[in-house]
Ligand binder design. Sequence first.
Ligand SMILES: NCc1[nH]cc(CCC(=O)O)c1CC(=O)O
Length: 311
Amino acid sequence: MNSPAKLVIASRESALAMWQAKHIQARLQALYPQCDVSILGMTTMGDQILDSPLSRIGGKGLFVKELENALADGRADLAVHSMKDVPMHLPEGFTLVATGEREDPRDAFVSNDYARLEDLPAGSVVGTSSLRRQSQLQARFPTLKIESLRGNLQTRLRKLDEGQYAAIILAAAGLIRLELGHRIRQFISPQESIPAVGQGALGIEINAARTDLKTILAPLNHPDTELCVLAERGFSRALAGSCTVPLGAYATKQNDTITMQGFVASVDGQQMLKETVTGSAAEAEKLGQQLALQLVARGADKILALLDGIK
Ligand SMILES: NCc1[nH]cc(CCC(=O)O)c1CC(=O)O
């Protein structure tokens, strides 16, 4: 492989995004010691609008649009995203070239006063703006009060520490990457809080016209993670998923077999449909669609139609 002379990574400016960009920068630098690998930090709409839930202001695209503009006009060669924040359909002209190895995929319970979710007294206020986390929490603990919590990881932890919430739920991956793993009081199992599609995995996006970059960036891909995320995104895509719908899916791969759990729920968790599929990793995306169909067969489409009515 000929070393490229220069690579520019577009990244959001939050501490987690910068950690991820620097991680990819270090990997590229190790692969191509002669290459000048730099990071272009950018603020996105998703970072600026902090007072309304993402589900109301337009969803995941808000976090990637500015980075895509930089890819389109050549200011950057690649963008590093949390896969969780990447929309199910990329705009024309962009493509994902690599999926980075997954960090811990679980949701984490963070609190200053309580060691476990089960210890929260009835009526306790829990902070999360994720409909996926809200529905799964409410299904198990209907008396908890869920309140909106936006902002980057540091902001969310600060709001917890200021006493606005008895506890908050965050992705373990972000906390671990930022060396804040000690804030985690309890890891919530992927069965009890099915993670977001792509949670914990990194995605590398490029301008689709830049075919020269595909082989250069191929070593960043972690094939097992890629297949699991492909299956999860197949599920979400089949259900027209975004963060406006309480759904989640989590796939694991053993040998050539993928096992995946997925759910769709009403926001209050009163209606909750879960299914599991197992199948060949070679047909990862189809497996995701199959999981979606199994849920639709049990009435997931009615739950989704109901949610459509609310929006
Ligand atoms: N929606 C924001 C976001 N995007 C990715 C992560 C965490 C890291 C990851 O899942 O890769 C987070 C924070 C959170 O959900 O707590």
